[in-house]
Write a protein that binds this ligand. Structure first.
Ligand code: IMP
Ligand code: MG
Length: 185
């Protein structure tokens, strides 16, 4: 853990780069064991842009044969009473019989994962497994826990940036994960 936040817009470093690297390596070994018996290459689907850095580090530690097919999501903001609609665009539209691994940066309410799983099943996927780097504890909210199979690190309910996670598109490039300072919001 770094004592001083390495960036002036972070109030505190929550997960330092060394801990991230260690947890990502452990997660890669866990996933290799989970997929030991698959007979076709695993299809890894990182959700852009947040999962980009986690997925890049994760797949380089995994030994399971795999392909990478990034996917994107677009959310359309609803009005005051309706939640925004999330539209997922899969790279491959045919996943018939394939085992897929959905990768995202953080699991919060679970809405994103739910929609991604739906999209994969609609494309014919056999087994859909999900992994996130961070799992946020949200005591205030009924989380759809059944949509998150694996997570590397649990964090408290705070808005975090770094290692792929952004605020308004910024801070994804920070090597550590931290809480954004008040002045930067
Ligand atoms: P969910 O659909 O509520 O689970 O939210 C997951 C998505 O919200 C992630 O893909 C992130 O893009 C975003 N998100 C949730 N919490 C944070 C955060 O603390 N920092 C940055 N992005 C977040
Ligand atoms: Mg995201």
């Amino acid at each position: 853990m770094t004592a001083e936040p390495p960036h002036s817009d972070l109030s505190v470093v929550l997960v330092g780069r060394d801990e991230i690297a260690q947890r990502v390596a452990e997660m890669a070994a866990t996933l290799d064991a989970h997929f030991a018996d698959i007979d076709q290459p695993l299809v890894v689907l990182p959700l852009l842009t947040g999962a980009l850095i986690f997925a890049a580090d994760l797949v380089r530690q995994m030994k399971t044969p795999l392909t990478i097919e990034p996917l994107s999501a677009h959310s359309y903001r609803g009005d005051a009473t309706r939640a925004g609609k999330l539209e997922i665009r899969l790279g491959p539209d045919d996943l018939t019989g394939r085992d897929v691994l959905l990768v995202d940066d953080i699991f919060d309410s679970g809405q994103t994962m739910e929609k991604m799983i739906e999209a994969c099943k609609a494309a014919g996927a056999n087994q859909v497994t999900t992994v996130v780097l961070l799992h946020k504890c949200r005591p205030d909210l009924p989380q759809r826990a059944e949509y998150c199979d694996f997570w590397a690190i649990e964090i408290p309910d705070a808005f975090v940036v770094g290692y792929g996670l952004d605020h308004d598109g910024r801070y994804r490039d920070l090597p550590d994960i931290g809480i954004l300072a008040e002045h930067a919001r």
